[in-house]
Design a protein around this ligand. Sequence first.
Ligand code: ASP
Ligand code: MG
Length: 415
Amino acid sequence: MKVFKFGGASVSSADGIRNSINILRMYPGNKVLVISAMGKITNALEIVARKYFNQDPDVWTIFQEIKAFHDGIVAELWGEVTELPELERLFTQLSNRIKGERSMNFDYEYDQIVAFGELFSTQIISLYFNKTGLKNRWVDVRNCLKTDDQFREANINWELSVRLAKRMFTFETEDLYITQGFIGGTLTNQTTTLGREGSDYTAAILANLLDAKEVSIWKNVPGILNADPDFFSNTIKLDELSYKEAIELSYSGAKVIHPKTIKPLQNKNIPLFVKSFLEPEKSGTIIHAVEHALELVPVIIMKKNMALITLTPNDFSFISINSVSEVFSLFAKYRLKVGLIQQSALDLSLAFDEPEQGIDILISQLQQRFEVKYNTDLDLVTIRYYTPETINQITNGRQIYVEQKSRRTARMLLK
Ligand code: ASP
Ligand code: MG
């Protein structure tokens, strides 16, 4: 059994959806297909969630745009304006939610709304595939991927999910299942999400639970590249990566795969292919257990919107393990993701993803114990297998705030 994942870009148009049929036909045998929301629909639903929470009547404009987008895709696929009862039902559910009273918990409301993107996309694609003769069964992944109630970044209940998943994906009467990436359900059937861009992670979880032979993630790039083509020219495709290398790259901010994707696969030794949906016959990148040391070209990863905080204890005491642990508990409380740490006798510097809600509250809490300096809007650049030339190329003309080098990796915080 194989797990396939199509991301938002691969199913953002009728042509993309038709193309995905050709790809699936290239691979006979049992498959689970995990699909993201179409195109930029998750971003649009995030706006719906915010406007709904702020009781902004403008929410309906965005709702209508989202509906029109999906209706347009359906019309193109079916060749005429067509009402799909399954899809209409989902839109009614969403509009009822927007009409209803909201709770005080934004993260909860966010998940209940944003998850519709994956429900819409999978429903349309499953119906269309069946219409064209590619028989499949649509399943609601929330009934088998059980999570806790940490909304917007829910944690999987592995023991329960494995039992439910094996019962759901039996392959008794069909060889293709279509289901949603990114979403899960609590024990009391509330919807949760696994974190933005989490569909890769869903594919890896299902592969782990169902002991898949392999996972393929289909993207609009030829595989994993040594740098983001949006920022760099002359990028090189990496043919092969170890699980460890893949975790290092994705954790540093390489956007091709979600950082949580690797562990469930590594744990069961399941290979992951990253392939281009534009050139499906090409080999892409394989991530697997490789024994030999990989000789890699310099790999450059750029992470934008980083904040840097430098803390100095008010009473001039040294930075101790206690002060570090105090600071980290605060970061854990606000669910901030630290990307780089540097310490001296009196200074502790931390770089982290700038949170949506800003850093004012965090700073005022830290100021009770520390003198706080901070900068925002920085780039964290990681270079694996660096050379002096690549470092020069990256830092040229820019201000360096923090710089770290180990044998293999150079990391810099730049303005
Ligand atoms: N649709 C979700 C997002 O855009 C999940 C994903 O695409 O992986 O974040
Ligand atoms: Mg996406």
